[in-house]
Design a protein around this ligand. Sequence first.
Ligand SMILES: Nc1ncnc2c1ncn2[C@@H]1O[C@H](COP(=O)(O)OP(=O)(O)OP(=O)(O)O)[C@@H](O)[C@H]1O
Ligand SMILES: [Mg+2]
Length: 276
Amino acid sequence: MMDDTPEPVGPETDAPKSSESSEVVLEVQDVTKSFGPLSVLRGIDLTLRAGEVLGLVGDNGAGKSTLVKILSGYSSQDSGRLLLKGREVHFKSVQDAAAHGIETVYQDLALIPQLPVFENLFLNHEILHFGLFHVLNKHKMRELTKRYLDDINVNVPNVNAEAGQLSGGQRQAIAVARATRTNASILLLDEPLAAMGARESRLIIDLVRGLASSRRVSMIIIDHNFAHLFELCDRVNVMQDGHITIDQLTKETSLEQLTELMVTNYRSQLQNAFGS
Ligand SMILES: Nc1ncnc2c1ncn2[C@@H]1O[C@H](COP(=O)(O)OP(=O)(O)OP(=O)(O)O)[C@@H](O)[C@H]1O
Ligand SMILES: [Mg+2]
């Protein structure tokens, strides 16, 4: 039995929106990963700060999801180190990473469509009636779901609605809410806006920005859309050829500049590879 009362979302802090000066929560040092002869990650270095939203971009197959899987405890690197607040960690499983405050939201498999919103929110952390085994305290779960979704400004028609009846954006918002309901301090989002319309994207963008500013959740977000990333992120990292080749604060660059940088970088890689 557990009292899983969500932490209240505090008032907006005075912390600066960009988090350049805040504490480093996650460091990835020289991480490599190969699949047989295919060397996908060749020495990834990455830093994430408290309350920072970091965008990760790169071509299809660049290795973004591979990195997220390593950070989420789903798989492990061949070499290199992960440090949480300066301490090296070796995750044994996704549950182990979650116990260290790292949660992941995948585009698919996020929710169980046949279950109502409130049961999805408490999946694997159900609240039981005091003294009774296996009897869910649905009343309490409903109440806490309403309160938490209210706190983080997520609107769903009804917490009793089946998740399968919600829009893609609402489902994704519930998945993010579930990941942050407990004490996740780092949230990994693999293409949260894929296949979403403008209104739904707006919902998730607002939710992400709100969680970063009010709860100081740090996030790594994978997205192919630069315009989204510029709205969402404090910083953008570009993954090319198994390395992070560009690390830019979004406020210090523009969409055009970043695109140009990527193209220049790509051309010089081609020249190095083919000597032309
Ligand atoms: N379990 C695996 N076994 C073999 N190869 C894999 C495995 N997982 C990923 N790969 C390969 O590693 C490379 C990187 O894949 P990954 O999914 O990390 O790319 P990505 O950057 O997330 O791409 P996308 O933008 O298309 O999602 C790809 O060539 C992929 O085929
Ligand atoms: Mg991917």
